[in-house]
Write a protein that binds this ligand. Structure first.
Ligand code: PFF
Length: 452
């Protein structure tokens, strides 16, 4: 046991569930099916899985090494491992990235909270124009703000309670609930009439659809979905114990996250295909416009089941979003706490206040501030672009280079084998991925994104 008083994850399961909780989020249930729909189904999924295991996994393992060996927040980690060197800039970028992601992500999380309440209040039933319903809500000057604030406060509350009794305890209860709901819903969805076509779309690869653009999207999706590149998992790893098996934990997180993403496809596509004329590639509106419509059409004759299905779906989305926002919040909370010697409560409050402020700008960019543009983008799109397209890939390149090119090889191998006590199969292949494949692969995608 370590005794620095920073807190620790108490168990192996806690480590995996908290990290998987960070990874599994709106990215899996909302963004992944949208990307699959846009990019041609099964072929995209195969490309995506390659990106997860060849590019994002090495970044995750690098974050685990940096976090656990330094036992510090992202800035402190670079300062400890490379004192006086400019690497620390990557740490600051992580703290800023975490705040920016949380600011825009909490807007969508707030919508989810609203839809959950609406769904249980029977407000999503009947023949309505759900596109109109959605637009009226997101452009309202104060309603989405209230939901966003409530969501940020829920996140604050868990983070302020600390690592073991807040983050770990919450993830240990919520992640199994989430997995059960997702399994239930996919079984449900697969029994719908017409589910077969949805399944075929999801499972039959059409490689003619795989273009460079599809590969780029798959990789961006993999990074976002696995929460890698901005020091989120490095921060969590700083609370891992010495006995935690880094490679196994990273593999488990990648496997759980990919499974949830694919299962979300099993929920959404059979349901969407069972209603003729519903577009599966309708973008971000998929979950808030298409699905309520689908729920109503499919369950026209058995409204109670439709009610249950939609309620469970939005709760699933809500829980997934919450375990992710907690992890984003923790990046900056750990930094303020350790850098400025604040208590956990005070540093969490500082982070929440900053996110309330920046989050307001993101939320209003759908309504009253829709005309305010920076580089042609509203705040929401700007923050999304800066983090998902810029900071996460750049952070990924930097951390893999740091681990393989700067850190002492012995320290790296010691971390991966827990001081030589573990036998890690495929260790040299893994190190090859970290040294060459991840930085070069991500670098190519990153430059392409910037050029495009
Ligand atoms: N991985 C989360 C999702 O798929 O929704 C999003 C995320 C969490 C991004 C934490 C970044 C982060 F630091």
């Amino acid at each position: 046991m370590q005794t620095t008083g920073r807190g620790n994850f108490g168990s192996r399961l806690g480590v995996i569930l908290a990290s998987a909780g960070s990874a599994v989020g709106l990215g899996n249930i909302w963004r992944f099916p949208t990307e699959v729909g846009r990019n041609g189904g099964a072929a995209f999924i195969l490309v995506y899985l390659c990106c997860v295991f060849l590019l994002a996994l090495p970044v995750m393992i690098s974050e685990f090494i940096v976090g656990r060996s330094s036992r510090s927040n992202t800035v402190g980690a670079y300062r400890t491992l490379a004192p006086g060197k400019p690497w620390v800039v990557a740490g600051f970028m992580g703290v800023l990235g975490g705040i920016l992601v949380l600011s825009f992500y909490s807007v969508v999380a707030g919508w989810t909270l609203h839809y959950t309440i609406q769904s249980f209040g029977l407000k999503l039933m009947g023949n309505q124009d759900f596109g109109e319903v959605f637009n009226t809500f997101v452009t309202n000057p104060w309603k989405p703000l209230v939901y966003q604030f409530v969501f940020l406060l829920l996140t604050h509350f868990v983070v302020a309670r600390g690592v073991e009794s807040g983050i770990e305890r919450f993830s240990k209860v919520m992640m199994p609930v989430l997995l059960v709901i997702i399994l239930l819903l996919s079984c449900f969805s697969l029994t719908l009439p017409g589910a077969r076509d949805g399944l075929a779309f999801l499972l039959k690869p059409d490689f003619s659809k795989v273009t460079t653009k599809v590969v780029l999207s798959a990789m961006g999706q993999a990074f976002f979905s696995l929460s890698v590149g901005i020091g989120c998992l490095a921060t969590y790893a700083s609370y891992f114990k010495r006995e935690t098996r880094l490679v196994n934990s990273a593999l488990s997180v990648c496997a759980i996250d990919s499974m949830v993403a694919i299962l979300s496809g099993f929920i959404i596509f059979p349901a969407a295909f069972s209603v003729a004329g519903v577009q599966v590639d309708s973008g971000p509106g998929l979950v808030y416009i298409t699905l309520p419509h689908v729920f109503n059409m499919v369950f026209e004759n058995i409204p109670f089941i439709g009610y249950l299905f939609s309620g469970l779906f939005y709760i699933l989305l809500l829980l997934a979003a919450l375990t992710s926002t907690i992890s984003m919040h923790e990046i900056a909370t750990a930094f303020f706490r350790e850098n400025y010697k604040l208590s956990r409560r005070v540093s969490a409050t500082v982070v929440t206040l900053i996110c309330l402020l920046l989050g307001t700008a993101c939320c209003l960019s759908f309504g009253p501030w829709s005309e305010v543009k920076i580089w042609g983008m509203g705040f929401f799109d700007l923050f999304d672009f800066l983090t998902a397209k810029f900071m996460m890939p750049l952070g990924g390149i930097l951390i893999t280079m740091f681990v393989e090119w700067y850190l002492d090889r012995k320290l790296v191998v010691d971390e991966l084998t827990n001081g030589g006590t573990l036998k890690v199969r495929g260790l040299s292949f893994l190190l090859f991925l970290v040294r060459w494949v991840a930085p070069i692969g991500v670098g190519i995608v990153f430059l392409n994104e910037l050029a495009g």
